[in-house]
Write a protein that binds this ligand. Sequence first.
Ligand code: PLP
Length: 484
Amino acid sequence: MGLTGAQPGVTGDSTPPAAPRSDARVPPSPPHIEDRVVDPALSATTDRPTHCAPPMPAHTDVTQQRLLADPCLLRDIADAVGGPFHVLFPERVAVNIRAFQSAFTEAGVDGFVYFGKKANKAACVARACAESGAGIDVAGTGELVAALGQGVRGEDLMVTGPAKSDELLWLAARHGSLIAIDALDELDRLAALELPVRVLLRVLPEGSTSRFGLDPMELEQAIQAIGAPITLSGFSFHLSGYDAVARSEQAVALVGHCRRARANGHRADTISIGGGFGVDYLDASTWTEFQNTLSDKWFHTNPPGDYYPYHFPAPGAAMLDAVLSHNDLAGLLRDNGIRLAIEPGRALLDQAGSSVFRVQGVKTRTAQGNPYDILTVDGTSLSLSEQWFDSEYLPDPVLWPESTGHLTPTCVGATTCLESDLLSRRRIPLPRRARTGDLLVYPNTAGYQMDSNESPFHELPLPPKVVLRAGADRLRWSLDSTAR
Ligand SMILES: *Cc1c(COP(=O)(O)O)cnc(C)c1O
């Protein structure tokens, strides 16, 4: 499902990013009993000790900046919630949807955006889809019902997922949703419903070892078997990784399938190229420096095996541009009267939310003779999913309130009794020492990070979702309906 993927070629220079600023106007943080443990030389220099990872500041948009700059808002929400929470910016989801829609318009292609719902469960995200003319890609009855409940019409739902239950097929048929067929028995069970339904056939791409999709023989059988009241609307695929050219070439193959199906009397006027549109979390130089200087010494425990491609030069709608312009796919779609569907999950959530934890404890340890801090926050790494794929979420958390003091290598542990439950295994160069009661804001977590692995482990409550909208004078917050 593309949680991690092949790393694209990294471009850009290797200039090290600026060290955390030492702004003379910011008053030093109040004296702290353990401050003397940290080497005072570190505060006076931009040198980073060898047991500390480089700074990896995330790209942020204006809502995140306003949230961090507001003197009260984060604290007010934290006090009201009384535990870790996620913030969501649904207005940003709308912006991301519009960017994809504009890419279709500019390319002269009839296109439609379905949000890959598994990337985030917030009701405000589904509502933003309904308000912005996007549909939703659902894989189960829970997701289907949640999407309908936020106003996405049944006809604007795409139902994917393997081995769909009878209940899901029936609901999808009742609501006139588009069903992506993943196995022949789904067709048999749909036929038994005797309802008018529209289907796509999910194709197993040539050379792929995916467990999803129909192989060439199954495809042929399906094309022969489909007849009224089932309509064969077209074909689909979903690839892992983030390669625009692979998607464009596979789309050409689907156009071929449509033409052959039409020759057999089918409608076949739609193809879906799935999701997998990249997100640009970090700038090129930050990402390049990380990859080029990566060291086991940066980590409190065993270093991760693999990393998501955190820098992505042509993300989101720019990647759709690349798909459409490669070998003039746009022209091919126009010439054949084919509608192009996409199912972006992560990319629609770029800059659309963050995860906030409260520091509950601070310990100082040493590595290679150098001091560093281990924080314990009030949540778990189950609210930062990347950690569960033997990986690490690399955009740095922001220590709030923001001020500068001693640069402090810091890793972040969870409030559980599991040794390996760490939100950040690497030592992050925080611009000052963290104190109990501070907040730690992990940026840009709306896409998969915040809720795909969440669990009430240890009888901890699930972090609620808080919706932030830009009012004229200030940000306004409310609880997402999933949190009420
Ligand atoms: C997960 C999934 C998506 C969304 O993928 P992203 O990488 O988040 O864009 C789209 N379609 C299908 C079928 C999926 O399984």
